[in-house]
Design a binder for this molecule. Sequence first.
Ligand SMILES: Cc1cc2nc3c(=O)[nH]c(=O)nc-3n(C[C@H](O)[C@H](O)[C@H](O)COP(=O)(O)O)c2cc1C
Length: 354
Amino acid sequence: MENKSALLTPYKIGNFQLSHRVVLVPLTRQRSYGNVPQPHAILYYSQRTTKGGLLIAEATGVSATAQGYNDTPGIWTKEQVEAWKPIVNAMHAKGGIFFCQIWHVGRVSNIDKPLTPQIRSNGLDVAQFTPPRRLATDEIPHIINDFRLAARNAIEAGFDGVEIHGAHGYLIDQFMKDKVNDRTDQYGGSLENRCRFALDIVEAIVNEIGADRVGIRLSPFADYMESGDSNPSALGLYMAESLYKYGIAYCHMVDPRMKTIGVKVECPESLVPMRKAFKGTFLVAGDYDRGDGNKVVLEDRVDLVVYGHLFLANPDLPKRFELDAPLNKYIRETFYISDPVVGYTDYPFLETTA
Ligand SMILES: Cc1cc2nc3c(=O)[nH]c(=O)nc-3n(C[C@H](O)[C@H](O)[C@H](O)COP(=O)(O)O)c2cc1C
């Protein structure tokens, strides 16, 4: 396998035959007015679809209380399911494979405190947060059920599978990380207890839609939203070992070098022990470019590389990687505006000279 083309070699996940290994990261774009996916998403996702390419949809709420940001899509109502259908259909018409990332933000929801107010990732707005309320033990099965129903709805909408959002300081990560979880029931304390919520959700969804349609995203090393852990390597390893037993489609981890949003740091930690323990399809994200993406695939450290900023700004990213063509620069100020075109579907494709 030649170094520069490793990303462009085929790969099989269960029944899904991928033609290359350049995956679209879930990207919140806040253009789903009233939490309903909009027709402009058809063009946005289609632009990034290739035959045999894997794409993961933006974080999508599992219930009315799961939301934390304006105009992010949901998948708990009939209207939302129907609104996703033409988007998924358009991607399937182009031969894409489309997973829906399902999330619950937990304590990352609005007005008041005590999560310290944070600059939103557009670099401008400051988010305030309400005091979190610890879920009563008997409420937890209801949240797990919301995830199960959301997964069922995603399949009904036509998605090929779901990615459980277990990363970046949102609800599932809040349970896993010992800097946040101060519970005293069977969901708090020991590592096993803190991971129980995530694994209960995995199990419920696997039973509902089948393991081959389930992926999960984790960021054991990150402390986004003040969600850090005192022993992230042990946490990542325990999760990788446990997830392997469910035979899920993939495990997607955020590179340890992405400690906080958008900041890459040198670090001694590695995902290799987790990759080895999980044994199945392993995805990694975190400021990869063409060169280091090819390298990690070639070295068999991962199977697929997931791209965020670069794919946002380059709808034809796999083609550009193939040709080693120059890349468009992303415009941070338009990441989260509600315009249905600007910063969304107006990034140019490579000029075709044929
Ligand atoms: C505009 C934007 C929206 C994002 N939305 C999500 C999201 O919905 N779900 C998620 O897991 N990560 C989200 N992220 C984080 C990315 O998935 C990814 O981990 C990060 O951007 C690192 O990859 P990159 O350096 O290739 O962009 C978002 C990042 C950006 C820039």
